[in-house]
Design a binder for this molecule. Structure first.
Ligand code: NAP
Length: 233
């Protein structure tokens, strides 16, 4: 079974991705809006949050390991480092670019999802850090198969997909997102060329999905919380 997937993002009125562009670090809007985003995150009561490689770099601030080959081949496809974990941070890192200095990220036990080409030495580095991993077949990660595996092996039933734009676009293209949640901040970025919260290549998403409004609620800090069900078109 595939977990229920909610793509949860925060954005200004023009739908831009990078918070620094519309809520400067020292500005009055940033903290109340990010606090509200976190409050909504917690209210969803999901089993896991998930992000793409670039977004997860903000959490994966470790150094590459020594790169020595382990004496015996590491487990594939699964290594479960914490059998007691009930809340997870899923990092998609198909090219093994992330290095960690903690086995938790934003309160979740880290589970890294990699492509089959990942070297044994990188898996050994993750295991030594107490991090769980899942190695998927092939070079590209089949997102539906990955979600089903996360449900089957570690019991994830509800997951928050929290960016960035590229991984959101890939999930939407794959047809595996059930709901969109956007905290719309009272701000405008307006800078030319700044990415949007969904990026899905030249052909985009307009012909692929339809959105049905589920709710639109004014919340703290002058923001509006929008929820849409995703309907394949
Ligand atoms: N406004 C918000 O609510 C919000 C939320 C989260 C993040 N952000 C911001 O978003 C920014 C990052 O966004 P981003 O779009 O640049 O990066 P991202 O979506 O976090 O990660 C993109 C990377 O994911 C990998 N990837 C792409 N497609 C994939 C696929 N189909 N399957 C598996 N992996 C795939 C690629 O790396 P490889 O080529 O190495 O595989 C790609 O470079 C950050 O600055 C962050 O702060 C904003």
């Amino acid at each position: 079974m595939k977990p229920y997937v909610i793509c949860h993002m925060v954005s200004p009125l023009d739908g831009r991705l990078l918070v620094d562009g519309w809520a400067p670090k020292e500005g009055p809007l940033r903290k109340p809006i990010l606090d509200e985003y976190q409050r909504l995150h917690e209210a969803f009561d999901a089993d896991a949050w998930l992000a793409g490689t670039t977004t997860m770099k903000e959490f994966a601030t470790g150094q590459a390991g020594a790169g020595e080959s382990p004496s015996s081949p590491p487990d594939r496809p699964w290594h479960l480092a914490d059998a007691q974990a009930r809340h997870f941070a899923i990092a998609i890192d198909r090219k093994a670019r992330l290095h960690w200095d903690s086995a938790t990220a934003d309160g979740g036990h880290v589970v890294v999802v990699l492509a089959a080409s990942v070297p044994d030495a990188h898996l050994a580095e993750l295991a030594a850090m107490g991090i769980s991993y899942l190695v998927m077949p092939g070079d590209d990660i089949d997102l539906k198969a990955m979600l089903e595996a996360l449900n089957q092996r570690i019991g994830i039933r509800k997951v928050l997909l929290e960016g960035g734009a590229t991984i959101n676009g890939a999930f939407l293209k794959a047809g595996v997102v059930d709901e969109i949640s956007v905290l719309l901040a009272p701000a405008i970025d307006g800078s030319t060329g700044s990415p949007a919260i969904f990026e899905a290549g030249e052909d985009g998403l307009g012909a692929r999905i339809r959105l049905d409004l589920a709710s639109a609620d004014p919340v703290a800090a002058g923001a509006v919380h929008l929820r849409y069900r995703v309907v394949p078109s």
